[in-house]
Write a protein that binds this ligand. Structure first.
Ligand SMILES: [Zn+2]
Length: 435
């Protein structure tokens, strides 16, 4: 361990008090925090979502006066967080008309740790991905191995692309389990032996001492990716539903991730949809996840195929070495296979039933569907839409959009980049500067 790392560790030990969330003291101990006021944060959020803006745009989209906007812009220009279209403004040249985020301010990495892969991206400070990489990895191998793999991969990507690791200001990490956000640790994750309360932030900071590190549940992270750069751009109230080997939802409430009182809000996979349905790994019967996640769709189709209801699916099953995947069901449905169509339609109805309840309860503007099962295509989406429309109140569905993710397989990485950016632009009271 080098001197800088030793110093950092010492600082971590001295500064930490149990009342203070780990990421807060971590940020104050790092030199690269950009302290900003609440109103500056609001302007930054607008620019992150919509790109370039003029002073008039900001007056229109916020409740602030022109004078207030001008002073915020001046302050953000001084901090080099935004840049004007005319760099000579302060040397007596023409005044800038439009402003945008300063991409050169630093680098931000997004790490998406999945059950069977690690996905990585490095972005500039506008959130634009510069580098993207993915490799197989099993979370079951434990945190030491997987975090080591992710960090050495990140180091290699920085090097190969001539990017300086000192410019790496933030690292956002999404993990596939319940997260205690204030501690930055997983809590009793069902599929991740060895990860329970493992110090992810400290481990990653030993590799990258200049970076703010922040950890959250993968579905929350994806929901964030959707409101900044995906299908829910600029939407304040949104639900992101990931349907893959499991089912979970990330909730965006008034523009922020809603985590609930202990961090596990959105765990919709265990809502009961069929009392006599199959046994779920949580011990209950007929949970949404046990009925409509990828493996359940494949399983139900296989039973039908073996009963002689689908020669296409049986052929695919034999061709794949006696396994049937949800994507095979999608392929068969596209060829018009009646059983595959029926299984997908029925799955859409079960998902729609649960979403209808969420719509009545939460009244979101947009529901984004992502995860591997979204590959099943428009048949699934139209079945979900029909069920939600039928079962939700008319006022709640009047302006509701239910769409597939636009950033698809990149949602986790883009979301993790935005998680880190969100975090770096969030703490506003660090140097006593307030509105
Ligand atoms: Zn369950």
């Amino acid at each position: 361990m080098g001197t800088a790392r030793e110093l950092l560790q010492k600082k971590l030990r001295t500064l930490h008090s149990p009342e203070m969330p780990i990421w807060l003291y971590q940020a104050e101990s790092l030199p690269n925090r950009n302290f900003i006021t609440d109103s500056e944060k609001e302007l930054i959020d607008l620019v992150r979502k919509y790109g370039e803006f003029s002073k008039a745009d900001l007056v229109t989209y916020t409740d602030y006066s022109r004078t207030k906007i001008t002073s915020c812009i001046d302050s953000l220009l001084n901090k080099k967080i935004i840049i004007g279209d005319n760099a000579t403004e302060y040397t007596g040249g023409r005044r800038s008309k439009t402003f945008s985020l300063n991409g050169d301010l630093g680098l931000v990495a997004g790490v998406d740790i999945g059950a069977t892969s690690v996905d990585l991206g490095i972005a500039d400070f506008t959130g634009k991905l510069l580098v993207r990489y993915s490799e197989p990895a099993s979370v079951r191998n434990g945190p030491i191995k997987i975090l080591g793999q992710a960090c050495s991969l990140l180091e290699k990507m920085l090097k190969e692309n001539n990017l300086s690791s000192e410019k790496l200001n933030g690292i956002g990490i999404g993990v596939p389990g319940p997260v205690d956000f204030s501690a930055g640790t997983l809590v009793s994750p069902p599929i991740m032996p060895g990860w329970d309360r493992y110090p992810i932030i400290q481990t990653v900071q030993q590799w990258f001492p200049s970076a703010n590190v922040v950890v959250d549940n993968d579905v929350n992270v994806m929901a964030l990716g959707e409101i900044y750069q995906g299908a829910g751009k600029g939407v304040d109230n949104l639900i992101f539903v990931k349907i893959g080997t499991g089912i979970g939802a990330g909730i965006i409430c008034e523009g922020k991730i809603y985590r609930g009182s202990s961090g596990c809000a959105g765990d919709i996979g265990h809502i009961e949809v069929n009392k006599s349905g199959p046994l779920c790994h949580c011990g209950n019967k007929g949970c949404l996840e046990a009925v409509t996640a990828g493996p359940a769709i494949a399983e139900r189709s296989l039973i039908g195929a073996k009963e002689g209801k689908s020669p296409i699916l049986l052929r695919l099953y034999e061709k794949n070495g006696n396994t049937l995947r949800a994507e095979d069901v999608g392929d068969a449905a596209r060829e018009g296979d009646a059983l595959a169509v029926e299984v997908i339609r029925e799955s859409g109805q079960f998902i729609g039933d649960v979403l209808a309840g969420l719509v009545n309860f939460y009244n979101p503007r947009v529901i984004v569907i992502g995860g591997g099962v979204s590959n099943l295509g428009n048949l699934l989406l139209s079945s979900i839409r029909q069920t939600v429309l039928k079962r939700s109140t008319p006022l709640a569905t009047r302006n509701l959009h239910i769409v597939f993710s636009e950033i698809g397989p990149d949602a986790g990485v883009i979301g993790a980049v935005n998680l880190a950016m969100d975090y770096m632009f969030t703490i506003t009271s660090g140097n006593g500067e307030r509105d």
